[in-house]
Every structure is written in structure tokens, then in C-alpha cells.
Design a protein. Structure first.
Lengths: 299, 233
């Protein structure tokens, strides 16, 4: 079809903007529909938001922060077998991923969620499997997973992490930490935590960092290794006990008898180690039922 | 009468009915009539709430395990009978609901003390036959957390068919279901180890603490399995 110059002159200015807008909207329109696509939503918040994610499907959840007062939720899913509901009530944002077709194959039942939040945000995340990763967020958080690992980096607040089999790595975390798992392990690296409570039944625990004065640190592993690497400038009272495992004291040069407080001795049924490093300002309690408790000064 | 007097009158005498003097003020005061309307809608909403909210049975188990771990209550140093449901379970039924949350601690302590005294007169035998945690088939003496163990074992047994249906059997189970099952098996083995250790050394406090923690974890994992069964179904 040949269009005359007069027609072109009349129609082109009107059609071109429409075509241009259509090209721009194409990705957005396709994101909202169909399987194997990406969904993105923006929520403007006023103060410190509370973001709750419940992922009944499998998949990775990643949370990072930015300076804007806006929460951005983007999710990708391989199929339409998983539904994603999002709602905002003032500064509370709920994200729920639900399985729509339970007979679908496992590979189609996943939902990866990426979250960008203001630096000061409270989080409640509950997932089944897949990594939970949180970076540079300040605020209380409760993270629960069955089989997925939890990795935190530069996170601050009252941090509660519960897994069934997932392991936990916390790098440069501060505030208070409570971790409970059955077979997962925990690594606490370069922390500034003033309260730590780590419990695992069969996993290992590694604490590599400083003990803050007046801090309380409890680490328990039923069958695994509990290893604490402290610095020469640390100051803490130590109580290490095991029922049928071993206490491996590699810090004899730094550990002196407790000069203050109770005169304690290990139960005659348990092997124990009591002592003080520095002035004993923090309190460190380590135990393993049948594994090993190891204490050493790091290089 | 002023607004603050109305607030005081409501606080002291209630608003059903509103005192005569306050009623006159409220009729001509938008703020007070709004306040009164708010109170009335709160009371109406409260009346809609269910009077009893039934807590999960694991609340009771965890509570008991915690009380025993902290030595607030003690298990009897005698054996318990095989087929009988333990007495405290029946009592727990009576305590379900909001009352449980408020008064369980006090009541448990009273009954534990009473039971401890009674048990010196009337020996009982253990009800742990065929339990998944591998309890002994013979009556067991000085079994720590026996009541919690029994309750959890019963819950575990009742869960087995639900799990099989919801996951289509172990072979087709998802990684999450497998993880739950494996961790439950791990816990059961660990519980056995702790109990064995406590049979050897009943005063091993470290073993006792780990056993209490393992029972708490078992209660949580059973609850997670139940919740998952419900959501998948």
C-alpha cells in the first residue's frame, strides 16, 4: 500500500507517539502476564517500613537497601503455577507467594524474590528452601527457612534466624542474634554483636570476632564443633562444657582462673573449662553434648 | 461538665449507661460523642471475638519441657503405665484456651507437686511403647520429660499418614519434605543419645539441657510438618 505525502503528513505525527509508547510499555505489559516472567512493584513508604515475605514455594529471597523511601519488590517465576500477592497498608508491605497447582513438577514451583528497601527496615521472611540473603539493612528481623541457607552481611538489629536444615552465615553483623537449627551450621564472622544465642543439634558453630564488654554469648551444638576465635584484647569469662565430647583449649596462655564472681567447678558428670580472658567483662558460654568445644586466639 | 470530666466519668463509671450529667455534655459536644462512639464500636468488636482461642498442643509440650529444664517442675522418679493416657493430658484439655497462657505455669507447679507426693504412694508405669523416638518397651525409671516425649511421639505417629498423603509418599516428596523428615529422624536419634546418657548419669545437666532443647525442636518441627501438610493440601 502506498501512502501519499498528504496522508503521511496527517497520520505520522499521530501514530509515531503511539508506537513509541507501545514499545516502552511492551516489557511492563509482558511482565504482568504469563509464565516465566518478571514482576516488579514499587511501594512508597513514609517511615521505617515493615516488610513481610512468605514464600510457600521454593526460591531465593534477596534483600538489599538503598537511600530511597521506597520498597521495590521484583519477582521472577518459571511458570504460572505460583501466584504472587502483594499488598501495602501504610508502611507495612506483605508479599505472599502461593502454590496454585500442587500437582505441578517441583521445577515449576519456585519464586525468586528481590527486594530493595530503605536502610532502616524491619523484615519478616519465611521460606521453604532457597537462600535468604540480606545485605546492609538496619532493623529487627525474623528469618525462617526449612531447608534454605541464610546469609546476612552488614546487618544490624535484633536478628532471629530459625532453620531446620539450612546453614547460617553472618558477616559484620551487629545488635543481637538468636539462631536455632537442627542440622544447620553457623558462622559468625567479624561481628559487633552484644548478645548471641546459637543452638544447633548436629551442625557446627564458628564464632570469629570480638566479644563486646557486657555482652552475653551462648553457643551450643549437640554433636558438632563449637569453635571460638577471640582476639588478644578481648575480655570475657568463659564457661565451656561437654557431656561426652571434648574441650579443646588452645588458649591456655590467655585463660586465667576466674578472679571474680562465683567459684565454679564443672559438674562431675561433665567435662568443663572455666576461666577469664582479660578482665572478664563479657560472658561466654560454650557447650557441646558429644562434639568438640574449641577455643583459640586468632592470628 | 467538661470533656475531661466526661472522660473521667467514663473511666470510673463506664458508659453503659452514661451518667446523667455526662450525657448532657456529650449531646452537645462533637469530640465527646465521637469518643463515646469509638468506645461503643470497640466494645461491639470485642463482643465478636471468640472467647476461647485454642493453642496448638505443642505450646503445652514446649512449656512443660521448659519448666522441667529449668527445674521448676520435676518428673516423678518412678515408672509410668503403658496404655493409660497420662493424667496431665486430661488436665491440659481443661486448660486449653486463653486460660492456659495465663495460669498454666502456676497450675502445673501445683499439680506437679501433688503428683510427686502421690507417686510415692502409688507407682505407675511408662507409656512409651512403640514410640518413634525409640523408647524402651520395658517400664522406664526416672525418665526425664516422659510426658513431653509421649505427647510428641503421639503427635508424630498421627502425623505420618497426613505426610504421606500430602507429599505423595516418600519417593515423590519435595526436598523440603525430605529435609523435614531427615531432621526429625536426626532429632529422634539425638534424643535417644541424650536419654541413654541420662540413664547412665541422671545428674548430667548438660545432657538434660540438650534433651530439653531437642524436645522443643521436635515440637517445632512437628508443627512445621503439620502446617506444611495443611498448606500443600
Amino acid at each position: 500500500m502506498i501512502v501519499g505525502p498528504a496522508t503521511r503528513k496527517i497520520f505520522l505525527p499521530a501514530i509515531l507517539p503511539v508506537l513509541g509508547a507501545g514499545m516502552l510499555l511492551l516489557p511492563v505489559m509482558s511482565s504482568a502476564a504469563g509464565a516465566g516472567q518478571k514482576i516488579e512493584k514499587h511501594f512508597t513508604v513514609k517511615g521505617r517500613p515493615v516488610v513481610m515475605i512468605q514464600n510457600v514455594a521454593d526460591g531465593r529471597i534477596e534483600v538489599k537497601s538503598w537511600k530511597n523511601s521506597e520498597v521495590v519488590v521484583s519477582a521472577s517465576q518459571p511458570s504460572d503455577k505460583v501466584g504472587l500477592d502483594m499488598e501495602q497498608a501504610d508502611d507495612r508491605i506483605d508479599v505472599i507467594a502461593n502454590i496454585l497447582d500442587t500437582s505441578a513438577p517441583q521445577s515449576e514451583l519456585s519464586e525468586n524474590i528481590q527486594l530493595t528497601v530503605p536502610e532502616q527496615t524491619e523484615l519478616q521472611i519465611k521460606t521453604q528452601t532457597g537462600l535468604i540473603y540480606v545485605e546492609q539493612v538496619t532493623g529487627d528481623m525474623k528469618l525462617e527457612s526449612i531447608a534454605g541457607d541464610v546469609h546476612l552481611k552488614e546487618v544490624s538489629g535484633y536478628i532471629i534466624v530459625h532453620t531446620t536444615g539450612g546453614s547460617f552465615v553472618c558477616t559484620q553483623c551487629s545488635g543481637k542474634l538468636d539462631f536455632n537449627t537442627i542440622s544447620g551450621s553457623a558462622q559468625i564472622l567479624q561481628p559487633s554483636l552484644k548478645s548471641v544465642n546459637l543452638i544447633t543439634t548436629t551442625g557446627n558453630i564458628l564464632f570469629d570476632g570480638d566479644f563486646i564488654r557486657t555482652g552475653i554469648y551462648t553457643m551450643k551444638s549437640g554433636r558438632g564443633l563449637v569453635e571460638v576465635r577471640f582476639s588478644g584484647t578481648d575480655s570475657f569469662d568463659l564457661n565451656a562444657q561437654t557431656s561426652s565430647g571434648t574441650v579443646d583449649n588452645r588458649a591456655e596462655a590467655f585463660l586465667k582462673p576466674d578472679t571474680h564472681g562465683f567459684r565454679r567447678s564443672a559438674s562431675k558428670y561433665a567435662k568443663g573449662l572455666f576461666g577469664t580472658v582479660g578482665n572478664g567483662l563479657a560472658k561466654v558460654e560454650l557447650s557441646s553434648f558429644s562434639g568438640t568445644v574449641r577455643i583459640l586466639k586468632r592470628d | 461538665m467538661q470533656c475531661k470530666d466526661v472522660a473521667q466519668a467514663i473511666e470510673q463509671e463506664g458508659f453503659a449507661p452514661l451518667p446523667e450529667a455526662a450525657r448532657g455534655h456529650v449531646a452537645g459536644c462533637a469530640v465527646c460523642s465521637s469518643l463515646l462512639a469509638d468506645f461503643e464500636s470497640i466494645v461491639a468488636a470485642a463482643a465478636q471475638l471468640p472467647s476461647e482461642v485454642e493453642p496448638h498442643s505443642r505450646v503445652w509440650v514446649v512449656l512443660r519441657a521448659q519448666l522441667e529444664a529449668e527445674k521448676i517442675i520435676r518428673e516423678p522418679q518412678l515408672a509410668v503405665a503403658a496404655e493409660k493416657s497420662p493424667w496431665w493430658q486430661g488436665f491440659a484439655e481443661l486448660l486449653r484456651g486463653r486460660v492456659l497462657a495465663v495460669s498454666a505455669v502456676a497450675v502445673v507447679m501445683i499439680f506437679a507437686a501433688g503428683y510427686f507426693q502421690m507417686s510415692h504412694r502409688e507407682p505407675l508405669t511408662a507409656a512409651v511403647d512403640g514410640a518413634p523416638a525409640g523408647t524402651a518397651s520395658q517400664p522406664v525409671a526416672a525418665e526425664p520429660f516422659a510426658a513431653a516425649a509421649l505427647s510428641l511421639d503421639q503427635e508424630e505417629q498421627s502425623l505420618a499418614p497426613v505426610q504421606t498423603v500430602s507429599t505423595g509418599g516418600a519417593t515423590n516428596a519435595s526436598p523440603v519434605d525430605n529435609s523435614l523428615r531427615e531432621n526429625l529422624a536426626t532429632l529422634n536419634t539425638f534424643i535417644k543419645e541424650c536419654r541413654k546418657r541420662l540413664q547412665e548419669d541422671p545428674n548430667d545437666q548438660v545432657a538434660r539441657d540438650y534433651l530439653a532443647a531437642a524436645y522443643q525442636q521436635k515440637a517445632e518441627i512437628l508443627a512445621a510438618m503439620m502446617e506444611r501438610g495443611r498448606s500443600v493440601n
